[in-house]
Design a protein around this ligand. Structure first.
Ligand code: PEP
Length: 258
């Protein structure tokens, strides 16, 4: 982390877990043990049906609610889809875009880019996920792959909007597997992502963008991962479903930085 230049963000990704009633229970418990003081930005990205409950529960807090996906179109014949402006109207501040689980369902880099542009147009902060497979890592093409994903996702994003972007480095082999990237492995790729952004937008902007790590981050390994200079927070799946664990990760973000 480097709090001098950029925000630290701890974001949860609930995936397809919790009903609205369970959301209400979680939020009540989370609120009662949430660390006081403004250490870092906290986001919870929840299933679409849980958004109204989550927004209502967190209204008076510093926790921003987010969605897990959006459609790139503004409106129209897209049965079952949700547009970015609908998420904003429902009270969302963030939207996860390009999660590997959605890419595995067929989401392309072009679609990721269109969704990023639509989110930005509606003043939502996109949490853009990138990450390599184990095969790609073993082939030694991680950096090339990540460069391509970042460049595609940010294509056409104007300089005045880029600061709303959050990038999450999520190695596919570490998501939900219990296999965490080592702090050095995670730092290496997060630093690379910053270099890619520097080449596209210049040093000042690259320095200001928050880059998160995601992949089996939990209350035990968060401190070490967050101590890395280019890891500005976490995107947390499993551990964000349990209030005490999520709170411990938020507490790990409250460590001295350079
Ligand atoms: C995720 O869903 O983005 C994620 C990182 O999951 P987990 O923390 O469970 O690996």
């Amino acid at each position: 982390m480097n709090r001098k230049y950029r925000k630290t963000i701890i974001a949860g990704n609930w995936k397809m877990n919790k009903t609205p009633s369970e959301t209400k229970e979680f939020m009540a418990e989370f609120k009662s043990i949430m660390p006081k003081g403004r250490w870092c930005d906290v986001a919870l990205c929840v299933p679409a049906v849980c958004i109204p409950t989550a927004v209502r529960a967190m209204r008076e807090t510093r926790v921003g609610i987010g969605a897990e996906n959006c459609n790139a179109n503004a409106s129209g014949a897209y049965t079952g889809e949700i547009a970015a402006n609908m998420l904003v109207d429902a009270g969302c501040k963030y939207v996860i875009i390009g999660h590997s689980e959605r890419r595995a369902m067929g989401e392309t880099d072009a679609e990721v880019n269109a969704k990023v542009l639509s989110a930005l147009k509606n003043e939502l902060s996109p949490i853009v996920c990138v990450g390599e497979s184990l095969e790609q890592r073993e082939l030694g093409i991680t950096e090339d792959w990540i460069s391509m994903q970042v460049k595609c996702a940010l294509s056409g994003v104007p300089e005045e909007k880029i600061r709303k972007i959050v990038v999450a480095y999520e190695p596919i082999w570490a998501i939900g597997t219990g296999k965490t990237a080592t702090p050095e492995q995670a730092e290496e790729v997060c630093e690379h992502i910053r270099t890619v952004i520097r080449k596209l937008y210049g040093a000042k902007i690259a320095r200001a963008i928050s880059i998160l790590y995601g992949g089996s981050m939990n209350e035990k390994n968060a401190f070490e991962l967050l101590a890395q200079p280019d890891i500005d927070g976490g995107l947390i799946g499993g551990a964000s479903l349990v209030p005490e664990k999520f709170v411990k990760i938020i507490e790990a973000a409250n460590q001295p930085t350079v």
